[in-house]
Design a protein around this ligand. Sequence first.
Ligand code: AMP
Ligand code: MG
Length: 604
Amino acid sequence: MPAPVSAMILAGGQAARMGGQDKGLIALGDRPMVEHVIRAIAPQVEHLAISANRNHARYAKFGYPIIDDESIGHQGPLAGIAAGLGWSPTEHLLIVPCDTPLLPSDLPARLLAALGEGDLAVVHDGERLQATHALVRRRCLPSLQRFMAGGGRKVDQWYAELDQHVIDCSDQRALFINVNTPMERDSMEQQLNSTAGDCGHDVPSLSVEQALRHMLDAVSPITGYRQLALRSALGQILAKPVTASAAVPANDNSAMDGYAVRTADAALPALKLIGSAFAGHPFTSTLDAGECVRIMTGGVIPTGADAVVMQERATHENETVVINQWPAPGENIRRAGEDLQAGDIILPAGRRITAADLGLIASTGQAEVTTWRPLRVAFFSTGDELRSLGEVLTAGQIYDSNRYTLYGMLTNLQVEIIDRGVVKDDETALTHALDECAADADVVLTSGGVSVGEADYMVKLLRAYGEPHFWSIAMKPGRPLTFGRYREAWYFGLPGNPVSAMATFSQMVAPTLRKLAGAGQPWQAPRFYMPCLSALKKKPGRQEFQRGRIITTETGERAVESVGRQGSGILRSMSEANCFIVLPADADDVPAGSQVEVEPFTLT
Ligand code: AMP
Ligand code: MG
């Protein structure tokens, strides 16, 4: 049953952060943004209209009256509300913006029930007043006209003049998420596309893959590079490709210990030994008909020779060598440039330098490389219960372990770390810490305080000073993850549970940090299938990252076994494991002996 109210969808805004596009008409999934709002609200009200100032024909297609507020001479929501109150066929008018596509299915009824005899019921989502989600009495129009005529523009200032009822909708906060930027649009689109929420969370869940794709699309690599001595470049990322300055090897040389010969002499019964060519000690004159040279592996092939015969296939007495089995022309010769040609790109920009790469670069004679400067990551743990090492625990307190697991994983990623310690669940302290970190680092990383219903400060502060994108991820362990910008820095808010923090970091944060640090290829951890010796418990719904150990069985085969208890607070499971057993979202219990997908730990 619809509530006895009318609704006005406010679509007349400027959408500055969408480049001035008409926001209501921007596509979100398979339909314009405003259509999501229409679908959510139309069944809940008796009448519906749209306040729009342009593209009237396109709005008219939805079949509801279009009310133009331009004549009122005010841009902004107040003009739309005034137009709505002038139009409303019922005593109560619900106003909603065109950019909150997830709206609750009991919005007008809830506001109406809470309004009583008041003028206005307005949503508070637990973090802030949602001033454009409100139910207003028609009798308020003269007051609004006076307020606007006096130059008033702010919705909440006008509300303050009324008998205003603020309604606590913090239980539905996620449903009031609005879309202001192209990035938020993408994030919302992914939420809408993904599987519906699970386990009682009303934020729809994103898959790990969707969340990661969003994060990778959002960030661009840092700039700024430095020149490093070769050894110091291990683990760093090349900013410029490395090219071979000369051919490697520089000369034709022998692949065997033996004799350098001329295959044209194959008919001769014996050859005359005229000298030797050892690695680093070339033979300096020319080989003539009937002559050979003793040569060792790596020795430069003398001028005139065209093959090397293995020493096992020749007999040597004094100055005479008899070849028992002749090689083909070119046999046992490693050609100049066989490994690298001068000018070859041997390592591309974006490559993380490995031990093999150090050798490869050294083989070209280069002592320095150009790498990106290291990514700077500042992090802190949040939680009133946390104590640092060295402090004494009182009841209910625990030692902060996330700062240590994160330190380890960040170090393995070769980023520069700024450790900002433990910060209390206190808005002022958190703002101060975030400000400091964002000023000093490219990335701010925190753990704790991001669960739904408790996302309190982090999301709130991101809203105030940056731009949050937060989701519920359909993964276990680790559901809440906040990502976004805080001032000039990227921000990642990890869940507090120690295993969840490590799992979300390894699956989503680390690949994004790699891209930020300049890595050319998106990171992909190795994964493969193997038999699982343990039976695994699993409910369909979320992708699971259970902790396992790859072992060799008594019969010499490789298999994986569970490390046992899988709670998200049991850090020991991460320490005992050497891999994640990755179970797909829709999987059920896994019987022992099944093939499972395994991802060896790369960061722990
Ligand atoms: P939160 O995400 O803040 O709700 O924390 C979830 C759980 O993880 C709680 O039991 C916290 O005590 C615990 N936790 C949060 N941060 C840390 C940390 N830095 N080290 C160890 N445990 C933590
Ligand atoms: Mg906490």
